[in-house]
Design a protein around this ligand. Sequence first.
Ligand SMILES: *[C@@H]1O[C@H](CO)[C@@H](O)[C@H](O)[C@H]1NC(C)=O
Ligand SMILES: *[C@@H]1O[C@H](CO)[C@@H](O)[C@H](O)[C@H]1NC(C)=O
Ligand SMILES: *[C@@H]1O[C@H](CO)[C@@H](O)[C@H](O)[C@H]1NC(C)=O
Ligand SMILES: *[C@@H]1O[C@H](CO)[C@@H](O)[C@H](O)[C@H]1NC(C)=O
Ligand SMILES: *[C@@H]1O[C@H](CO)[C@@H](O)[C@H](O)[C@H]1NC(C)=O
Length: 469
Amino acid sequence: MEHFGPVERMWLRNEGRLFGVVFVLFNVLLAIFNVLNYRVASRATVPCVVITRLDASTAKLSWTDSTDTTGDYSNNLTTPHTRVVKLRNSTQEETIPPLNYSLPWETEQRDKYTVVKRYIPADGLPPTYDDSVTLCTQGTFEFLQHVPELCDRWEGPLSVSVYAPGTDLPVAVRKILFLRKCGPPCVRLNVSWHLIYESSLAPPHLEAPMEMAEMAAYEPLNCSAGFKPLQLLSEIRSSKKLPYPINVARNVARQLAGTRYVLASDIELYPSLHIVPRFLELVSRLAEKEIGKIIPRRVFTLPIFEIKKEFPAPKTKEELVKRVKEGHAIFFHKWVCDACQNFPRRDQWLKSLPEKGKEDLLGIFQITKRQMPRTAWEPIYIGTNEEPLYDERLTWEGKRDKMSQMFELCLLDYDFYVLDNAFLVHSPGIKTLSSVDQRRRAPFMYKNNAVHNKLLAQMKKKYGARKGC
Ligand SMILES: *[C@@H]1O[C@H](CO)[C@@H](O)[C@H](O)[C@H]1NC(C)=O
Ligand SMILES: *[C@@H]1O[C@H](CO)[C@@H](O)[C@H](O)[C@H]1NC(C)=O
Ligand SMILES: *[C@@H]1O[C@H](CO)[C@@H](O)[C@H](O)[C@H]1NC(C)=O
Ligand SMILES: *[C@@H]1O[C@H](CO)[C@@H](O)[C@H](O)[C@H]1NC(C)=O
Ligand SMILES: *[C@@H]1O[C@H](CO)[C@@H](O)[C@H](O)[C@H]1NC(C)=O
C-alpha cells in the first residue's frame, strides 16, 4: 500500500481542484469556439463566383461583394457584380505539358524566405574546387553597383545573393542585367546571382530574367546613360518595414560557392589586389609544412579600413599605409565601434611592409584567438563551408548580426591567422553614428539582442563554456 504524507495529500487535493478548473475552462473555451465558428461559417455562405458560358469565346461571371465587416446583415452592404470575359483558347504549347522541362534555377524554402539559387549564373567556366577562392557577398538593389569593382579586384568567382521582395524584384533584376551588359566583362563571366524574398512576397510565377526585365522596362538598357533612366525605385521595404535578413543572404552566397575556400564579406568592402593567387600559394606552402600534422581549426582574416570620400580605395598595402600616415584612412568603424576591428598589434601590422621582391607574396602576420579582451572583434576571413553558418534570425537592422557566429568560433577554439599583405577597404566615405538611424533600428536591435542571448546560452550548452570567450 502506498502511504501519502500530508504534503502529498495536499498536493493531490490541489491537483484535483486544478483539474476541475481546467475542465470548466476548457468547456467554456469550446463553447466560445463553437459560437465563433458558427458565425464564420454562416458568413462564408455569401455566394462566390458563378460562371455562365455565353458562347464559345465568352462567359459571364457574377458574384456578390460583401463590404460588411461586422457580420450584421440587416444593413444593405452587399453589391452584386457581373462581368463578361473573353475566353482565350489555349495555345498548343500550353496544352502539351512539357514533360521533360526543368527550370534552369532551383528554389529552396528557408523559414519564411524563398531562395532562388543561381537565378543568373556566371557565363564563364566555373573554376575547379581547389583552383580559386569565391568572394561571397549580398545586398539589396541599392548596393549592387559595387559588384563590378569587387569583381575587377577579385579575379575569381563571385557568389552574390540579392534580397528582393515584391516590387524590389524586377528592379533588382533590371540592375543586374544592366551591370552584366554595361559593366566590365568580369561581371558577366564571373558573378553568379541568387535571389531571396519572403515567400509571401514572391511573384506569382517567377519568370526568366529577360522577361522580368522587359516587364519593368521603362527604357531599353542604354549603357552610356547610366542607371538613371532605369528608374530603380521600389518602396516595399520601407512601407512594410521589412528588415534585411542579412544572415540568410550571407549563408546562401557562401553555400552556393563552387570552391573550397570562400571569403564571406560585405558588398561595400573592396579587396586589395591579387588576393586569390597569393592565398592559394600560401595555402599550398602551409600544406607542405604541415604534412603529417594535426591542423587546428582556423580561418584567415583580412584587416579592414575606411578612407575619406575624396580618395580612391587603395589597392596595395603600400598605398594603404601611405593614406593612413596622411590621416586619410583609418581602421574600419573607428568612429562607430573601434573594438570591432581592434585585433592584437594592429598598429604593428601597418608598419610591416612586404620586403622588396616579395610584394607578391602573402604570409601570416600573426596567429591569434578571438578571446577576452577582444570579444567585440568582428573579423572577416577566408575560410571554408565547414565553418558554422550565421544565425538566420538575426537581421541587419538589429546589429551584432555576426557576433554569435564569432562566439561559436571562439568556443570551437579557432585560430585566427591574420594575413600580412591583404586587406579590405570600405567604399570611400567615413562612417559616423547617426541618431536617426539608431532610433529606426532600435526595435530590431531589441529583437536581435533577445535572439543573441538565447543563442549564446544554447551554444554554451552545446560546446561547453570556454574561458575567455
Ligand atoms: C476556340 O476554339 C473553338 C473550337 O475549337 C472555336 O469555335 C472558337 O471560336 C475558338 N475561340 C477563340 C477565341 O479563338
Ligand atoms: C438594397 O440594395 C438593393 C440593390 O442595391 C436595392 O435595390 C435596395 O433598395 C436596397 N435596400 C435597402 C433597404 O437599402
Ligand atoms: C529529355 O529530352 C531529351 C532531348 O529531347 C531526351 O534525350 C531525354 O531522353 C528526355 N528525358 C526524359 C526523361 O524524357
Ligand atoms: C574570372 O575568374 C577566373 C577564375 O575563375 C579568373 O582567372 C579571371 O581572371 C576572372 N576574369 C576576370 C575578367 O576577372
Ligand atoms: C543613350 O544615352 C545617351 C546619353 O544619355 C544618349 O545620348 C543616347 O541618345 C541614348 N541612346 C539611346 C538609343 O537611347
